[in-house]
Design a protein around this ligand. Structure first.
Ligand code: FES
Length: 105
């Protein structure tokens, strides 16, 4: 059974927006794509840039440091098939975005 953790209020992440949150000892990047929430490990695998502060265009976030891009739906880096950022399941409860921190994909 998953352990769901509240990480942000829905109103803080409107469609097209992203944010960075801390869940226990992990930094999480949260994205709103057309009303659907997605959550990735927030630390870019290149050199540790903050993906939650990146630019979101459609379902692709661009790391603010050197421009690596990831599909926020599945964590896939857009030009290196072997690079995939961990993804966390999300849900909404009582106006809060929750992630299943122990269900990383
Ligand atoms: S740290 Fe993200 S692209 Fe370099």
């Amino acid at each position: 059974m998953s352990r769901w953790i509240s990480i942000a209020a829905c109103e803080d992440c409107p469609p097209g927006a992203s944010l960075e949150a801390v869940a226990e000892d992990r930094i999480i990047a949260v994205f709103n794509v057309g009303g659907e929430y997605y959550a990735l490990d927030g630390v870019c695998p290149h050199q540790g840039g903050p993906l939650g502060e990146g630019t979101l265009q459609g379902c692709v976030v661009t790391c603010p440091w050197h421009g690596w891009q990831f599909d926020v739906r599945d964590g896939q880096q857009t030009f290196a098939p072997t690079v995939k950022q961990p993804v966390f399941p999300t849900r909404v409860r009582d106006g809060q975005i929750e992630i299943a921190l122990d269900s990383v994909e």
